[in-house]
Design a protein around this ligand. Structure first.
Ligand SMILES: Cc1cc2nc3c(=O)[nH]c(=O)nc-3n(C[C@H](O)[C@H](O)[C@H](O)COP(=O)(O)OP(=O)(O)OC[C@H]3O[C@@H](n4cnc5c(N)ncnc54)[C@H](O)[C@@H]3O)c2cc1C
Length: 483
């Protein structure tokens, strides 16, 4: 074997790294604390697969074009199996608002802007089975990593507990894909790896549902299945095998609402107040398939293992949530893990020098992903302010805030809903195929957006979505909570 690689963590980033690095002359061992996937159907796995290492496993997930493109082009057999297992592609054309869908014509590049609709358990189960078939890839399961083996600043392996026994697993390279709770900085004795962090400002609540026999999903032409009410964000996530989930994201400062939300009756009551979710959970259409899952402590975070242009550790490469966490609302985390995994595989093919490998990984990650991180942190700060203002009756936003809101709601919104070229340009950034603000630098696109802004509201009223849901006081009243 030319190289032995240990991947710590069999989540999305770890699996994508195994898939990208697999080669006949390499040994790639993926080490995970959780049991192996059960030999069950995807529906049974959703109910039964024990995955204590991934708290978010049963929260709503949607998968963006960038991830889909990587799977489809690099792992076509995996793509086919996913679709055969019930995961669904939602193409750019399918996802368009009704005004644009009716006159949609395919253009090259549209095929990169598909969503994949699937429960996270389904995606992970099928990916895991696929990765296990690749040359040189093996899994060590129920194997809790307890520390790292080092020689000076070089990582030489992992200390792993399997059953009651502590083992030493040696490697040329160690990849940290242990996710948001990584302990590697502590094990390596490296404080100050966090170079940036910002709050997401929300808590996540998710419930899964199953369509009743003979029932269909509501048409996409009705009230939108996703929206932002300021005091609450909501989203319907279509999934595989007649399942879907709804996520309600509640600002941290909405204490009464968030405390009540774990109660399934309250969760469903909120969904019934919002037209875009109410029609999905109609008792004639669907039944609950899970309890309400809640999750907090959602922050965005960026780490670096280099200082003053020098590595602080060698033979060690962090990817995915272990080094770059994003607010789940944007649906980017799995794409981030996949992008980093593929960057790392390219870099491994280019150079064997550990210092250079880490440098290239961090530099290219920053070039590719920092624009997304930066914009997200700004948008999250705005959303946190908006949630605070919602609690102040009669609050009037400042001029700058009003202009930003108007640009989003009266310019970009109507322009993209009415003009396929604007929609394409905006969605390329959304799907992480290019810098998320690249469209703002294209004269032709900005001219169309500004024209939409200048158009009087009466002339573009068909380009606004319907009111997404009740005002805060109305919702709290309906739930019997004090405003
Ligand atoms: C509520 C929520 C909703 C989200 N929704 C979306 C979405 O819609 N779309 C999207 O793309 N992303 C979404 N994300 C983000 C996405 O889930 C993460 O970015 C992604 O799972 C990160 O993958 P990872 O492999 O880095 O970490 P994880 O998937 O968390 O995997 C880490 C792995 O490491 C293992 N592990 C940890 N510690 C040890 C140890 N000591 N020993 C052995 N094994 C260990 C765990 O068992 C686990 O298998 C969401 C996140 C949250 C929190």
């Amino acid at each position: 074997m030319s190289e032995t690689i240990l991947i710590a963590g069999a989540g999305i980033a770890g699996l994508m790294a195994a898939m990208a690095l697999a080669r006949d002359d390499r040994s790639v061992v993926v080490v995970d604390r959780d049991p192996p996937p059960p030999a069950l159907s995807v529906d049974q796995a959703f109910d039964e697969w024990e995955r204590k290492g991934v708290t978010q496993l049963r929260h709503s997930h949607v998968f963006l074009g960038r991830l889909i493109k990587l799977i489809r082009t690099q792992h076509p057999r995996l793509w086919t199996t996913l679709i055969e297992s019930g995961a669904r592609e939602c193409s750019f054309g399918d996802a368009l608002p009704p005004q644009l869908r009716a006159r949609y014509r395919y253009a090259p590049g549209d095929e990169d802007m598909s969503f994949l609709f699937s429960r996270r358990t389904t995606l992970e189960l099928i990916m895991r089975r696929y990765a296990a078939t690749l040359p040189g890839v093996a899994f060590a399961t129920e194997a809790g990593i307890r520390g790292v083996l080092t020689d000076g600043d070089r990582v030489t392996g992992l200390k792993v507990q399997i059953g009651g026994e502590m083992r030493e697993m040696m490697a040329d390279s160690v990849i940290d894909a242990t996710g948001r709770t990584t302990q590697f900085p502590d094990w390596l004795g490296l404080n100050e790896t966090v170079v940036d962090t910002s709050p997401a400002g929300i808590l996540y609540f998710t419930r899964h549902y199953r369509l009743l026999d003979g029932a269909e999903e509501p048409s996409r032409d009705g009230p939108p299945g996703a929206g932002d009410l300021g005091y609450l964000k909501f989203g319907v996530f279509a999934a595989d095998n007649r399942h879907f989930s709804i996520t309600l994201a509640v600002p941290e400062i909405e204490t009464d609402l968030r405390t009540a939300m774990l109660n399934p009756d309250v969760f469903d009551a909120v969904c019934r107040e919002v037209p875009g979710t109410a029609r999905w959970i109609d008792a004639a259409r669907a039944e609950p398939a899970s309890k309400v899952f809640g999750m907090g402590n959602l922050i965005s975070l960026w780490r670096s293992y280099r200082k003053d242009d020098a590595p602080r550790v060698r033979n060690f490469y962090p990817i995915g949530d272990a080094t770059l966490r994003t607010n789940p609302l944007y649906g980017r985390g799995c794409s981030v893990g996949a992008i980093m995994a593929h960057l790392l595989a390219d870099i491994f093919a280019e150079t064997a020098d550990p210092a250079e490998r880490l440098k290239r990984l961090e530099t290219r990650t920053r070039e590719e992903l920092h624009p997304f991180y930066d914009l997200m942190a700004k948008q999250d700060a705005q959303a946190i302010r908006r949630a605070r203002n919602e609690q102040m009756p009669g609050y009037k936003p400042r001029f700058r805030a009003r202009v930003i809101k108007s640009f989003a709601e009266d310019a970009v919104g109507p322009a993209s809903r009415g003009d396929i070229e604007v929609m394409r340009a905006v969605m390329r950034g959304f799907h992480m195929l290019e810098n998320p603000t690249a469209w703002t630098k294209r004269f032709g696109i900005m001219a169309r957006v500004m024209k939409a802004w200048a158009t009087p509201k009466a002339l573009k009223k068909n380009l606004y979505p319907p009111k997404p849901g009740p005002e805060r006081a109305e919702m709290l009243r309906a739930l019997g909570l004090a405003a």
